[in-house]
Write a protein that binds this ligand. Structure first.
Ligand SMILES: [Zn+2]
Length: 230
């Protein structure tokens, strides 16, 4: 599944679970966790290896990584864990498959097709329609709940959004890891990617601007004291 679908599923799951658990949600962090397994695409690109849908898509690895987070944050960690495991267990399981879900215990590959059912490729019209519907649903909830406002506020955790910008949103919109840019092959899906790209870029730039001004303000404050001392 593309980043847009993964983020939409994680957002809707996160929204539902946080409401049930009565816990607050950090939306940028939740969205980053939903696409984090796909950093293996960048690893493959840099090293020439072929580990996509391998260890980073393992629910064993995800569970182990979350043990300390569950110990510290307890039920608050649940929506984030769901966001992470929804990537292999929902998105990629139905679309594409070939997942090493239980690595390193087993190297066997899993997915809808591996279980004897249909194979739905990432570029099939079924998946494109599915991802666009998920995008529409998530955007509607994002708007109605007022959650979109977090992207227009300076907050240091917003800097985590650099990860999806650099690893999945920008590369897939302009081409990598596909044969042609999404803009040419699937313009509607490319629009959905651009939507998140712009939203995330605003959040990152607002935060960087705030950090820069904060530094400037601090150094301006300390200057008069220096002058007094002189
Ligand atoms: Zn994936």
């Amino acid at each position: 599944m593309f980043a847009v679908g993964h983020m939409a599923i994680a957002y809707l799951l996160g929204k539902g679970s946080s409401k049930k658990l009565h816990v607050n949600l950090n939306i940028p962090l939740l969205l980053v966790l939903s696409i984090l397994p796909d950093i293996d695409i960048i690893y493959d690109f840099l090293t020439g290896a072929e580990i996509h849908r391998g260890p980073t898509h393992s629910i064993v690895v995800a569970a182990l990584a979350f043990i300390p987070i569950f110990i510290i944050y307890r039920k608050k960690a649940i929506p984030y864990f769901l966001a992470l495991i929804s990537h292999p267990l929902i998105g990629d399981f139905f679309i594409g498959g070939k997942l090493q879900l239980f690595w390193p215990i087993s190297n066997q590959q899993f997915g809808l097709h591996e279980l004897g059912s249909y194979y739905i490729s990432i570029t099939s019209p079924v998946n494109i329609a599915l991802e666009l519907s998920l995008f529409a649903a998530a955007t509607l909830v994002l708007y109605k709940s007022g959650d979109w406002k977090v992207f227009f506020k300076a907050d240091k955790t917003n800097l985590v959004l650099i990860i999806p910008i650099a690893t999945v949103l920008l590369p897939s919109t302009i081409g990598y890891p596909f044969s042609a840019p999404l803009l040419l092959t699937e313009p509607l899906l490319a629009f959905a990617h651009l939507f998140y790209l712009v939203l995330f870029a605003i959040a990152v730039l607002k935060t960087l601007d705030y950090i820069y001004k904060e530094r400037f303000r601090k150094s301006a404050k300390s200057q008069p004291t220096n002058l007094n001392l002189a």
